[in-house]
Design a protein around this ligand. Sequence first.
Ligand code: HEM
Length: 405
Amino acid sequence: MSATADVPKKIPAHIPPELVWDRSFDEFTAEGDDPFLAITRMHDLPPVIWATDASYGRPGWVATRHDVISEIFIDHEHFSGEREGMPASMLGVPLRLNPIEIDPPEHHGHRRNLNPVFTPKAMNAMGESVSRTCRELIVKFADKGGCEFIHDFAIPFPTYVFLDVMDMPRAMAGDFLEWEDTLMRGADPAERGGAARSIFKYLEKHKEGQMDQPTNDLNRAITTAMFHDRDLTHIEKMGMYYVLYVGGLDTVYSTLGWVMRHLATHPDLQERLRDNPEDIPAAVEEFARAFSVVVTHRQLRDDYTFHGIPMKQGEEINLPISLADRDPAVFDNPHEVDIDRKSRHINFGTGVHSCLGIHLAKREIRTVIEEFLASFRNIRIKDGETYRYHTGRTFGLEYLPLVWV
Ligand code: HEM
């Protein structure tokens, strides 16, 4: 923590000096070879701090504990999700990701259109198709003795699942992967904006094609969606298509990377799960806790004093979920991956905005573990190689070279 004398001038006057953390969140969390160990050094700080660089150079609050993060998730009166999100600012259209960028009480009237399509039952019905997709990708490298897990598998897999869920042609996979790569990982803002527009244009064309005769339940739910007694507008429906695109790709790919890195460095767990596949759902829960990849945020609806801290309207408060899910006040030995623990993680958020795609995401992760363990023995990181990762809004691996027998 910086002392009062060190506080740079750019810090607003209402911020208590003892809460100023004069660091870059992204750089701090990327120190060392494990960002989950790096970020949890923030447990030594107060429960809420003011970071001079909380996200991409922007200052803001950061909540560092499970209880405070959970409290902010459910306090819609003071903490709003209705910010202009990344797609709107890049697209130059008033697109609101629907329903994540809509606060209660309106939120429920939008979300209820999508809930029936994402129930556990509906996702179970997709199980075979998810497994098939997984096997289609595995077969491409199955006889090579290894793969670069991130590009050969973790990135394309959720994209293929997304195309299937949307009933979009597989031929679009190449374009989607390129757009996604540029949008999520591109360095040039102009190129990222171009990718955001290409995605929007394609989703818009798809939506128009679905309006008269939707080809599956999800497209029907979106194209016929109502808010109470009125039809949703074109742009509100586009907000639904777009949220599914941005919500379900990076999150799944990032999680899969950490799951596979863990399995590749824990042969005993590979054996246990191969011999006892009934333990895989518990492993998925524990992986979700230990590798909570999302850093989400809210903004102050009005001036508000939170736990004695004066906050101003419009300020951003960042919620790194890994700080909640590795909080030693809630989890014994939080850095240990123990699939026998009863986990009360909030990896998928909590409250009304909790993840719509949770059952699909868990199905995807479970299927990947099942299929890899059934196909390969002794999966490990290639000798002499190491993995690479990034931090930021999601913590994701960029490179993971695997070998097996
Ligand atoms: C491991 C994978 C995933 C993780 C870790 C994850 C995490 C989250 C989190 C933390 C939230 C709450 C964000 C907040 O309140 O600010 C959320 C919301 C959401 N997620 Fe996921 N997600 C995953 C997969 C998916 C998938 C596959 C889909 C799409 C099918 C999806 C769609 C959504 C949507 C639409 C919301 C907004 C819900 C609302 O506002 O009511 N997610 N997710």
